[in-house]
Design a protein around this ligand. Sequence first.
Ligand code: IMP
Ligand code: MG
Length: 187
Amino acid sequence: MIDIDFLNMPDRDIRELQVLFSEEEIDKRTQELADMIDEEFPQDEPLYVISILKGSVLFTCDLIKKMKTPIQLEFIKVSSYGNEFKSTGDIKIIDSKIPNLNDQNVLIVDDICDTGNTGKTLLSIFKDEYHAKKLKFVTLINKRCNRIVDIDPDFYGFEVDDKFLVGYGLDYIGFYRNLPYVGWFPA
Ligand code: IMP
Ligand code: MG
């Protein structure tokens, strides 16, 4: 069933959006992350890149284009949203057909690590249930100030303070994901 509220346009004026990380900065930093990830994983073994829908799609595509490690790409969707601003601790994988990852190298890719709930839950699922061999977690943004569980991405692009960000995959009620930069709306 279609949620009518979801079809409403966001109430913010795009002209008020302040750019935090430009397209060029993101591109440069993504290349650095790709190089670090290539260093971390063996080049003669497949790496399963697990992209978390929908927010990490833009980052994942740009990241893997810059990597040399041979990859297999998988997408998963996780359920958990308290409201449109905060995730809850109750994270579940939905809509996924993950192959047998026993003894495989795995990289989990998300747009942002905020409370840490998503990262922590997925890392334990891929370790304990999927038995990944080497398992790493990369996010474009690290909002460490909001962390409520004990976890930090192995690699991240940029650290930010407590701002709600949009763009380059990050959304507000589903909008703004297609902006090529990351920004925020000052109050
Ligand atoms: P965590 O589970 O709290 O670490 O949050 C991860 C998810 O929360 C991300 O994948 C985003 O979907 C969402 N999120 C957290 N902060 C922001 C933000 O500033 N803008 C948009 N989405 C966010
Ligand atoms: Mg998300």
